[in-house]
Design a protein around this ligand. Structure first.
Ligand code: OOG
Ligand code: MG
Length: 256
C-alpha cells in the first residue's frame, strides 16, 4: 500500500472506531497535493460503502476559525450523503469522537463552477439557493490538534451537517447577513457573513479555483458549505444548537 491509501485507511478507521489517531504530519505528510490525495482516498472509502457525493465544504475561512484552530490558511473538503441530517435531528454522540459545531452559510448550485478565475459574482450567478447550515466537525486527530495539511487529509474534519428547511434565492448582501448561534436558547456566538473571506461566496470561489489543480469543478446541484463564521462550540450531550441567519431562517441540531 502507498502512504496515501494507508493514511486514508488510518483516518477512516479513526472515524468508524471513534478512536482518534496521531497527526499524519508527524509521520511524514509534508505535501499539499498528497494531503488532498489522502482526502480523496478517505472520501472514496465512504463512496465505496454506498454513500453519494453531495458537494463541498470550506474550512478555516474566517479569522475566528483560524484563531480557534491555530491554522491561518483555508482549505476545502467534500461532503457525502452519510454526513447529511435534517434540521431538527438529534445526533448520537457515541458515533463521534469530540464533536464541535459551527454556523455557516450554505450555497446550493444551479450551475457548475469551473476555475480558474471564478469570482464572487460568478458564484452568485450560479447559485440557486442559500440557506443556514450547522457543520459538526470531529477531527480524527488526538486533542483536535492538527496542521493545515493534517486537516486537509482529514477532509476538513467533516462529520455531520444539516441545512435549514428554507431555501432562499440569494438577494441582498450576504456579507451583511447576521448570524446568531444559540445553545439551549442562550446566544453563544454571533457574526456577519463578511467574517468568511469578506463575503461567503468568496469561499465558494476559492474552492472552485483550487479544484483546477486536480481537474475538477463544483457541480450543478452540489451544496457547498462556506466555512464556520464563528469559533466552533463543543457539542455536548443533552444540548440543542440553533443557528439563525437574517433573511435565511434557522437550522437546529440536538445531541444525546
Ligand atoms: C478544520 C476546518 C473545518 C470550518 O468551517 O472551518 C471547518 C477544523 O476546524 O477542524 O469545517
Ligand atoms: Mg465548517
Amino acid at each position: 500500500m502507498t502512504d496515501v491509501a494507508t493514511w486514508a485507511a488510518r483516518l477512516d478507521d479513526a472515524a468508524t472506531g471513534t478512536a482518534p489517531t496521531a497527526p499524519l504530519s508527524g509521520d511524514g505528510l509534508t505535501d499539499l497535493a498528497v494531503a488532498y490525495e489522502v482526502q480523496r482516498g478517505l472520501v472514496g472509502l465512504r463512496l465505496g460503502r454506498g454513500e453519494r457525493l453531495l458537494g463541498g465544504k470550506l474550512g478555516l475561512t474566517s479569522r475566528a476559525k483560524q484563531i480557534a484552530m491555530g491554522v491561518d490558511r483555508p482549505l476545502y473538503g467534500l461532503v457525502t450523503s452519510g454526513m447529511a441530517r435534517n434540521s431538527g435531528s438529534r445526533l448520537s454522540l457515541e458515533e463521534l469522537i469530540h464533536p464541535r459545531v459551527e454556523p455557516e452559510i450554505a450555497f446550493v448550485l444551479g450551475e457548475p463552477l469551473e476555475g480558474p478565475g471564478v469570482t464572487v459574482a460568478d458564484v452568485l450567478a450560479a447559485t440557486r439557493y442559500v440557506c443556514p447550515a450547522l457543520d459538526v466537525i470531529d477531527s480524527r486527530y488526538e486533542g483536535f490538534r492538527f496542521t493545515h495539511l493534517d486537516a486537509i487529509a482529514d477532509n476538513a474534519s467533516s462529520a455531520v451537517f444539516a441545512l435549514g428547511d428554507d431555501l432562499v434565492e440569494p438577494r441582498g448582501d450576504l456579507a451583511l447577513t447576521g448570524c446568531v448561534l444559540e445553545v439551549n436558547g442562550r446566544v453563544v456566538e454571533s457574526a456577519a457573513g463578511a467574517a468568511v473571506m469578506g463575503h461567503p461566496a468568496a469561499a465558494v470561489a476559492y474552492m472552485a479555483n483550487q479544484l483546477v489543480a486536480t481537474d475538477r469543478r463544483l457541480e450543478a446541484g452540489w451544496v457547498v458549505l462556506s466555512g464556520g463564521l464563528t469559533a466552533p462550540v463543543p457539542l455536548l450531550p443533552g444540548s440543542t444548537v440553533t443557528a439563525t441567519l437574517s433573511g435565511l431562517g434557522s437550522v437546529t441540531l440536538g445531541a444525546e
